[in-house]
Design a protein. Sequence first.
Length: 202
Amino acid sequence: MRRVLNFKVVTKESINLSVVTQNSFSIKITTVNASPYTIDFGDGTVESYPSGVQSNTHTYNSSYTGDITITVDKLQNITEFRSIDNSFNFNLIELTVLTGLTYYRNEGSNTTSGDIANLPSGLTYYFNTGKNTTSGDIDNLPSGLTYYLNTGNNTTSGDIANLPSGLTYYRNEGSNTTSGDIDNLPSGLTYYLNEGSNTTSG
């Protein structure tokens, strides 16, 4: 009698994000299905953590510049990306694979770049500090966005009437060139700071 064995092939998906002169690193990833995530810190150390749990702070023997690799069962299952005191350096287009992302907080000496149109469409919270140089038309921000903070030398443009209607917080630093009548700002907006050569009126 021949016995047939059925093997299930388990595949994983990864995203590589660059950091610059990193001395230590920690991050928190949350997934919609509570699946764990793995971090390859780039120096030979690989560790796994439960969903929604902040990773242990990994200290490098010497300052590290290179890729951090985050691996989960499926990238679309990542809903939260929370990074504190790291120095990421990547283009926003790298985030397009995170189609399920709703919460993004990247706090530190970051130097991210790219078009804000590449932010995941389901994003509701965006907090990005550092010397960032993002660009693009604010009309292309995710429609469900409620919180937007972007520091650095950003160069966004567009009519403020096209900001997401549910936006409550908007802080955009840099050499921005937005326009429009402030009467057309979202009705629920409680905080508004927009630096640059803007030509708003009203």
